[in-house]
Design a protein around this ligand. Structure first.
Ligand SMILES: O=[N+]([O-])c1ccc(OS(=O)(=O)O)cc1
Length: 477
C-alpha cells in the first residue's frame, strides 16, 4: 500500500486553475456555436425568401393596372416578361442569355423590339476564342409569341460585349449603343449598311472611364430625339464617364449639352437609361436612373445649363437602372438590387409593385416609348422624396422597435464599402442576399476562424508549448 500525501496549496490552486480554464473554454465554445447557429439561421431563413424569375412558373403575378407592362432582365437569368393589365403573365421568354432595353412598336402596342444577347461558349466559325457574344435586335409579338430577328452581329468577347440599347429611327434604321467598340452607330437593317458612326475615342481620353479595351466607356443607352430643338440629335449614356452626351450627325459631340462629368458623383454616378423629355412636355429635361447613387433624378435645361429638379429614393432602392415618366405623371422604376419594379405617383408614394430578380428595364405599354407621354418634373411640380421621408436613412439596422445587431453590422458594411463594390457583390450573389445576410456570413466565418485558432492555441498550451514574443523586457528595463 502506497502512502498518499495530501495535496499542497499549490496543487489545489493549479487544479482550480485548470477547472476554471476548462469552464471558460467551454463557455467560449458555446458562444461560438451560438454565433454560428444564429448566423446560419438568418441566412437559411433568407434563402427561403427572395423572388425568382428563372422560369415562367416562378414569376410572381403583378397587381392590376390600366395597361400591359414589360420587364427585362440580364444577369444570372435573362428574361423578358409581359404582364396583362390584370397582373397575370401574358408572355415570358428566357431563351436568350440576356435581355436589355425593350421598346413598344408604334401602332402595335403588344409588339416590342429589344436588344438581347447570346453568350457563345463553343469554339466554331462564329467564335474563335470563347466566350463570344451574339447581339441581336429582335421583335416579339406578345400575343402570338412570334419572335423575329431584325439584325444581328457576332462580337469577340462576352465581358462588356453586349448592346444594352437600340432605338428605332424609322422603318429601316436603328441607332445602336455599341458597348463592344465604344461607338454609337446608325444601321439600315434592310441593307445592313452602317450609315453613320460616332466613336467615343474621338472626344474622350482613354485615361478616363474603366480600362480599355475591356470595358472603357460602357455606352449603355441611346435615344433618337424626335421633336423640339434637339430633333434629329442622339442622346447617349457613357456609364463609365458618368455622363449623358448629345450627338449631332454633322457636328458630332455637342459639348455644351453634356450632363454630368467624370467622377463628379454629386451629379451622376454610373447612370442608366436617361430619357429625354422635350419642350412640348415641359422639357428639355432628362429623367435618369442615377444607379450608384441609388436615386432617380431629373435635370432641367435652363439658361444653357442642367439643373437638378427632382429626386426620388426610398430606404430600399439599390442600383436602379431605369425610370420612365408615364402620361399620368407617375414614374415607373426598375430597382435592380431592390429586386422590384415600382410605379410611384406624383406624391412619391408607391402605387404598383412587382418582384423581379434583377430587373434591367420596364416599359408600360400603350403609353408610348420610354417617357414619350410624360411631363417633366418641373411642369408637374413634383417634390423630392428622400429615404428619410420613407422612414429611414437606408438599411434596417437602426429602425424598428428592436435592435438587430446583424442588420446594424450589415448597414455598417454597406456604408463602408464603395457603392460599386457592394453592387458588384450583390450582382454575383443569390437574389435573397442583402447586407444582413452578408453580415451573418461574415460573423459565422469570423467565429469559425477564431474558434479554430483558439483550439490550436489551447492544444499547444496543454502540451506545454508556449509562444514568446520576439522581443521582451528584462526587469532592469
Ligand atoms: O448581364 N450582364 O452581362 C450585364 C449586366 C449588367 C451590366 O452592367 S450595366 O451597368 O450595364 O447594367 C453588364 C453586364
Amino acid at each position: 500500500m502506497t502512502e498518499r500525501s495530501l495535496p499542497s496549496a499549490g496543487d489545489v490552486r493549479s487544479g482550480l486553475g485548470s477547472v476554471r480554464a476548462a469552464l471558460s473554454r467551454n463557455r467560449l465554445r458555446v458562444a461560438f456555436v451560438v454565433l454560428i447557429l444564429v448566423s446560419a439561421a438568418v441566412v437559411a431563413s433568407a434563402a427561403g425568401e427572395g423572388v425568382s424569375t428563372a422560369s415562367k412558373a416562378d414569376v410572381p403575378d403583378a397587381p392590376p393596372t390600366d395597361n400591359h407592362t414589360v420587364v427585362t432582365e440580364s444577369g444570372r437569368a435573362g428574361t423578358i416578361t409581359a404582364y396583362q393589365p390584370n397582373g397575370e403573365v401574358l408572355y415570358y421568354n428566357n431563351s436568350r442569355t440576356k435581355y436589355f432595353d425593350a421598346d413598344p412598336v408604334e401602332g402595335d402596342p403588344l409588339t416590342v423590339e429589344y436588344a438581347a444577347t447570346d453568350t457563345l461558349h463553343t469554339e466554331g466559325p462564329n467564335c474563335g476564342a470563347p466566350p463570344c457574344t451574339r447581339n441581336v435586335i429582335e421583335r416579339a409579338d406578345l400575343e402570338t409569341g412570334e419572335v423575329e430577328v431584325l439584325y444581328e452581329r457576332y462580337d469577340y468577347k462576352e465581358y462588356a460585349g453586349e448592346w444594352h440599347d437600340v432605338d428605332r429611327i424609322n422603318e429601316s434604321h436603328f441607332v445602336v449603343a455599341d458597348m463592344v467598340a465604344d461607338q454609337v452607330f446608325i444601321v439600315n437593317t434592310e441593307t445592313e449598311v452602317v450609315e453613320w458612326l460616332w466613336d467615343a475615342q474621338s472626344d474622350f481620353p482613354l485615361e478616363g472611364g474603366h480600362s480599355w479595351p475591356r470595358d472603357w466607356a460602357h455606352i449603355n443607352d441611346v435615344e433618337y430625339i424626335e421633336e423640339g430643338q434637339m430633333e434629329g440629335r442622339i442622346m447617349a449614356s457613357l456609364r463609365n464617364q458618368d455622363q449623358v452626351v448629345f450627338l449631332d450627325r454633322e457636328e458630332g459631340l455637342l459639348e455644351d449639352w453634356t450632363l454630368g462629368s467624370e467622377n463628379e458623383y454629386d451629379v451622376l454616378h454610373e447612370q442608366h437609361n436617361p430619357d429625354y423629355i422635350p419642350e412640348s412636355q415641359g422639357g428639355p429635361a432628362v429623367l435618369v436612373a442615377d444607379s450608384e447613387n441609388a436615386q432617380i433624378k431629373e435635370f432641367q435645361r435652363e439658361d444653357g445649363e442642367w439643373t437638378q429638379t427632382w429626386q426620388w429614393e426610398d430606404d430600399r432602392i439599390q442600383w436602379p437602372r431605369d425610370a420612365d415618366r408615364l402620361p399620368n405623371g407617375n414614374t415607373l422604376i426598375s430597382d435592380t438590387h431592390g429586386n422590384r419594379v415600382i410605379e410611384v405617383n406624383q406624391s412619391g408614394e408607391i402605387v404598383w409593385e412587382v418582384g423581379s430578380s434583377l430587373p434591367y428595364e420596364a416599359e408600360r405599354l400603350e403609353t408610348g416609348d420610354e417617357s414619350a407621354g410624360g411631363e417633366s418634373a418641373q411642369s408637374l411640380g413634383l417634390e423630392n422624396r428622400t429615404a428619410a421621408d420613407t422612414g429611414g436613412g437606408g438599411g434596417d439596422g437602426g429602425g424598428g422597435f428592436g435592435f438587430n445587431p446583424l442588420a446594424f453590422l450589415g448597414d455598417l458594411i454597406e456604408s463602408i464599402l464603395p457603392h460599386r463594390i457592394y453592387n458588384a457583390l450583390l450582382f454575383v450573389s443569390p437574389v435573397w442576399m442583402g447586407s444582413t445576410e452578408f453580415a451573418a456570413i461574415g460573423v459565422a466565418l469570423f467565429s469559425g476562424l477564431a474558434w479554430i485558432a483558439l483550439e490550436i492555441r489551447w492544444k499547444l498550451r496543454d502540451a506545454g508549448v508556449r509562444f514568446r514574443l520576439p522581443f521582451y523586457r528584462t526587469r532592469s528595463e
